[in-house]
Design a protein around this ligand. Structure first.
Ligand SMILES: [Zn+2]
Length: 168
């Protein structure tokens, strides 16, 4: 039985909107809500994250590079972040702290695939820290939402399994 990811209608619409608005760049963010049981996860809040590969964040990128915490290969860092994403851990933690105050926990991550199918890319599959929560991918073609698929894996080295997405 596939795990189910259940969205509030309002948050689902917001998510599609954020991914369309970000086109042609890749959009990335966090999914917050509640784990109802092993097979069911409720999403009640989507939050976009800044891509610090974007030029406007270059001072912060320099800071993180100097701190030696950027694991992305050098040749992929300076492409302007159109198809590559780097999250600022500071922003990530502050959004988690805020959600916790609202009684929510992080249940997953989402990112968009501009003009590409909603399947994990080879780069996605090689990312660490994706196990144990929902990895939602939103395909946006020509600024229009096309489809979304969510993927789950138990361990970092196990294959992604599709989750069922429900909107209610
Ligand atoms: Zn991807």
């Amino acid at each position: 039985m596939a795990r189910k990811l259940i969205f509030d209608r309002k948050e689902w619409d917001k998510l599609k909107n954020l991914c369309e608005k970000g086109y042609p760049k890749e959009v990335c963010g966090l999914l917050f809500g509640k784990v109802l049981n092993e097979q069911k996860v409720k999403v009640t809040k989507c939050e976009i994250l800044e891509n610090i590969l974007d030029e406007k964040h270059s001072p912060r990128l320099k800071e993180l590079l100097a701190a030696g915490v950027v694991t992305l290969p050098k040749e992929r860092i300076f492409k302007g972040g159109s198809y590559e994403f780097l999250i600022d851990p500071k922003e990530h933690f502050s959004k988690i702290a805020l959600a916790e105050k609202e009684g929510l926990e992080q249940v997953g991550l989402f990112h968009s695939h501009p003009d590409h199918p909603a399947k994990p890319s080879a780069i996605d599959a090689s990312q660490p820290y994706l196990a144990g929560w929902s990895n939602l991918i939103v395909a946006v073609y020509q600024r229009q939402f096309k489809e979304a698929c969510s993927w789950f894996r138990e361990k970092e080295d196990s294959p992604f399994q599709p989750e069922e997405i429900l909107v209610e």
